[in-house]
Design a protein around this ligand. Structure first.
Ligand SMILES: [Zn+2]
Length: 415
């Protein structure tokens, strides 16, 4: 068998495509394949599918393919245009790449596998020796295409959370489907105002969802989200879950510690001693905690108040939980720690939504899992160059999209 024929089979090329030339450069670590069709070949019209249209002209193009071992592999071919009696001159798609891309389909599949597997775009770009801007274009294309097909018709419980590209900059809002069996990110958009909720509703409806069908929503106590959800979703009940309540109390505890460490230097560099739950402490953190826990530091008292609030969520029903929460509120507001009093009052202002959790049982698991994925992607990428890259990444790792790409075990194929 000739080498060209071998490569034709390996690439899965069908009639009329053949491998016409191969050049292998050891010094440049590069393999180049020229693909071609014999003169007189005919192609179907891309518009109507009419078979046997004659080639009008062609133009040379190059695609980056999967490496051949450590050798960069390029495919060259002349891309034909046919002349259809009904549609005139039309460009014929080549079977190994989608139109407009400089990568073959298999190369694009490989890029997606790398990034979904946990690499940053920058790492994947380094691995295949391309600029990451080219990779982002590929990733954005597949996200867009797969999102167009996504079905939101069964969505009844949603969660919304915000995060930023960099600390304190360029916020995005992430809307999630909280049903355990189809938990995923539904929609991501810039901003964290009431307008983001309106855009979410439009997107939900564009994907077959219904606003009246959404009965539960889980969120932090942001006024913009509360107003937006009430305005856009007529049947929604709001839940302020313990994940967000713990965030609120965690922030208060941290503020107490930062203020107190000015007069109590032993509190310096102990941030996570107070933010983490005891059972998650490292040995060192546990040692510091044991040392300080019986002191009269406001940080210690604030941490205690926070952990007792967490206990409220182990009650089975609201009849037991509410009296407990009322006692907690009284205790917290008499703590003489301003940051804790403020947090307790915020909870009181959102009382119905805090209690709603005991009915809706909206799962923190989904919310926390998705949040964890996003935070870890941000850490790995050390922030994102643009908000649109962050949005693309969130969809890639947490939207459970179907990218309809050829499996990497298959070669390029004509159909
Ligand atoms: Zn046609």
């Amino acid at each position: 068998m000739q080498t060209t024929e071998l490569f034709r089979i390996a690439l899965g090329l069908a009639e009329p495509w053949v491998v016409s030339k191969i050049e292998f450069s050891e010094s440049q670590r590069q393999l180049e394949l020229w693909l071609d069709f014999p003169s007189g070949s005919r192609f179907a019209c891309p518009e109507c599918g009419r078979d046997g249209c004659g080639v009008y002209d062609s133009s040379p193009r190059t695609w980056r393919h999967l490496n051949f071992f450590e050798h960069k592999t390029l495919l060259h071919a002349r891309q034909p245009r046919v002349e259809c009696p009904d549609h005139g001159v039309k460009t014929v798609e080549v079977p190994w790449a989608r139109s407009g891309s400089g990568f073959t389909l298999l190369m694009e599949a490989f890029i997606l596998v790398l990034v979904q597997g946990g690499m940053t775009a920058a790492q994947a770009a380094r691995l295949i020796d391309e600029h990451d801007t080219r990779l982002w274009r590929v990733l954005q294309h597949y996200v867009e295409q797969a999102r167009a097909e996504a079905d939101f018709s069964k969505v009844t419980a949603v969660g919304v959370d915000e995060t930023s590209r960099r600390r304190g900059h360029n916020y995005i809002s992430v809307f999630m489907d909280l049903e355990e069996e189809h938990s995923r990110v539904l929609f991501v958009t810039e901003g964290k105002d009431a307008g983001t909720v309106r855009r979410f509703k439009e997107d939900l409806q564009a994907h077959g969802g219904k606003a009246e069908q959404v009965e539960e929503a889980c969120l932090d106590m942001s006024a913009a989200f509360i107003r937006g959800l009430k305005d856009q979703f007529p049947n929604v009940h709001l839940t302020f879950d313990n994940f967000h309540l713990m965030q609120l109390l965690g922030k208060a505890v941290d503020e107490v510690r930062r203020q107190e460490q000015r007069t109590h230097p032993e509190l310096k560099r102990t941030r996570y001693v107070w933010l983490k739950n005891e059972w998650n402490h490292t040995e060192e953190q546990a040692r510091i905690f044991d040392e300080l826990k019986s002191s009269h530091l406001a940080t210690v008292r604030a941490t205690h108040i926070k952990s007792v609030l967490q206990d409220a969520f182990s009650f089975d029903d609201v009849e037991d939980a509410e009296p407990f929460l009322k006692r907690w509120y009284f205790w917290a507001t008499h703590s003489r720690i301003p940051q804790i009093i403020k947090a307790a009052k915020t909870i009181k202002e959102h009382w119905d939504g805090v209690l709603r959790w005991f009915t809706s049982r909206i799962t923190n698991g989904v919310l926390e899992a998705i949040n964890g994925l996003i935070q870890s992607a941000k850490r790995k990428a050390r922030g994102f160059r643009s908000t649109s890259y962050l949005i693309t990444m969130v969809y890639l790792i947490a939207a459970k999209l179907d990218f309809k790409l050829p499996p990497l075990t298959l070669a390029t194929h004509t159909k």
